[in-house]
Structure formats: structure tokens, C-alpha cells
Design a protein around this ligand. Sequence first.
Ligand code: ZN
Length: 105
Amino acid sequence: MRFKPDELTRLRRGIMKRGQTLSTVLADLLAGKQHPSMASILAAKPGLRPEEAVRKMLDEVEARRKLIDADDDAYGRCDVCGEDLGIYALGELPWADRCHAHASV
Ligand SMILES: [Zn+2]
């Protein structure tokens, strides 16, 4: 792995926290509650119902956690070009799966 054990622990914790947040949002949406804080994120995924968009994000976050758990070198790299996103970017968004150039793909 390219990361130190304590870095991985921290990144994994960040991913878990994100997953919990998204799970809560998903449960709220399914219960018919609004989530104004998610509006901008949902707007970036046109064509999907809010709960579908959140479920998709949850799946993506979960997939990243599995990469960490599997010691998979794909963790922390761009899904498109394989660029190493680096510990600083991952510190901000541990579930990141795209470099800047491919962020909107
Ligand atoms: Zn890329």
C-alpha cells in the first residue's frame, strides 16, 4: 500500500462517517423528509430521483471502503486515468474516486 497504517485508519474512518451520513439522508428521503443541505449535490445528478442519487453515492463510498479493506492499489487513484490523488486530497475527501480532470465524467 502507498499509505501508512495510521493514514489508512483515518481515511477509512472518514469514509465510514460519510457512509453513515448518506445512510441517514437516504432514510430521511425515503421517509419523505427534505434535505436542503443535499440540494446542490442532488442537482449535480440530473435525471436521478434524490433517493437514487444518494443511494448511488452510498454505493460509491462503500466501494471505496472495500478497496481499502482489500489493500487494493486502486484506492486513492482516479477511476479513469489511475492518477494518484494524494494524501492531501484524500484527507479532504477520503472517498474521492476521480482526479480534477475527470471529476465531471
Ligand atoms: Zn483522472
